[in-house]
Design a binder for this molecule. Structure first.
Ligand code: F6P
Length: 360
């Protein structure tokens, strides 16, 4: 019998996390008579003495449309490499994973549901190997988790990015400008690709396809020759030129503190100089992560949350819920830690190219 289930939200937030929490609480109570407690601030919360958040039908009543996560999220740090500052000021990384397991026992958790991206799933699957009873719910606006067609938060993010392009188009047309829009997508360009096509972009630059700026200049010239005096260029934050590097506006150790961003300004400056066009750059940033989830994401998050509780009931530790087509599946968390990239030769890119969109 499962009496008490913990839930935590790891990594960066995504619209729909609160809908997952609500679905977990309602399904656990109604189908299995189980109670749910929330662990605050991701895995950090497991390692602190902060009391868990008691969750019940009343406390999740208004959660469905709310963005963010009521549990808080931390997108760095791991129980396997916790940063500890020594009295002499030196910093060390210490493996405190046993403490995380002990804390799950102390909290009398029969199971833990973790909602997170590839980093969270990697941590969770290592804890499962040590005996932890964990199941996973995939989450990221970047939609780059393997073995699931889609993650919640992605639809909301592409809606935000598409709306931005629709707005940029009107002012671009008035002023005969090239508008460069930088969107999120560290390693995978799903947001840039999906929003770019939906928003009528002329060029889309992805991490998966290193670009040649001359190809984008040529596209702008071709448009001008055909009588169109404005253009829309979507750039994923992780895009880079052929033979060039990704751009960081803050350097740091690995992905822990480094901040990707700035490639859109390099692209914009190059276009201004080489294509003799007036350019403006917009960085959409965390607008893509905030706000109310779309109905699609509320549905997906609700299905994932409910399915995760059924997984717990079946004791499928180390499994993650996933969606293939319209079917909910269970897949090994460990395998889901591989990233899912845009296929440069695949149908989506081919469709975009067929319409005349260039990828640099
Ligand atoms: O959720 C993934 C992501 O959206 C990346 O595309 C982006 O680089 C990152 O989060 C930014 O996260 P934060 O600024 O919250 O550390």
């Amino acid at each position: 019998m499962t009496h008490r289930i913990g839930i935590l939200t790891g990594g960066g937030d995504a619209p729909g996390l609160n809908a997952v929490i609500r679905a977990v609480v309602l399904t656990a109570a109604r189908c299995y008579g189980a109670e749910v407690v929330g662990i605050r601030e991701g895995f950090d919360g497991l390692l602190s003495n902060a009391p868990p958040m008691v969750l019940n039908e009343a406390s999740v009543r208004d959660l469905l449309p709310r963005g963010g996560t009521i549990l808080g999220a931390v997108n760095r740090g791991s129980p396997f490499a916790r940063r500890v500052e020594r009295p002499d000021g030196t910093v060390e990384q210490v493996d405190v994973s046993q403490e995380a397991l002990q804390r799950m026992d102390d909290l009398k958790l029969d199971a833990l549901i973790v909602a997170g991206g590839d980093g969270t799933m990697a941590i969770a699957s290592k804890l499962v190997q040590m005996g932890a009873k964990i199941v996973g719910v995939p989450k990221t606006i970047d939609n780059d988790i393997s073995l699931t067609d889609v993650t919640f938060g992605f639809d909301t993010a592409i809606q935000t990015a598409t709306e931005a392009l629709d707005k940029l188009q009107t002012t671009a047309e008035s002023h005969h400008r090239a508008m460069v829009l930088e969107v999120m997508g560290r390693n995978a360009g799903w947001i840039a690709l999906k929003a770019g096509v939906a928003g009528g972009a002329d060029a889309i630059l992805l991490p998966e396809i290193p670009f040649d700026i001359d190809v984008v200049c040529q596209k702008i010239e071709d448009l001008r020759a055909a009588g169109r005096r404005y253009s829309l260029i979507v750039v994923a934050e992780g895009a880079h030129p052929v033979g060039g590097e990704q751009q960081y506006y803050i350097d740091g150790e690995g992905s822990a503190s480094a901040r990707l961003g700035g490639i859109s300004f390099l692209v914009g400056n190059a276009l201004q100089e080489r294509a003799d066009v007036d350019v403006r750059v917009t960085v959409l940033g965390h607008l893509q992560r905030g706000g109310q989830p779309t109905p699609h994401d509320r549905w997906l998050a609700t299905r994932f949350g409910a399915a995760a509780v059924h997984l717990v009931h079946e004791h499928k530790w180390g499994q993650m819920v996933a969606l293939r087509g319209e079917t909910l599946m269970y897949v090994p968390m460990e395998e889901a830690t591989r990233l899912k990239f845009v296929d440069p030769e695949g149908d989506f890119v081919r469709t975009a190219r067929d319409l005349g969109i260039v990828f640099g």
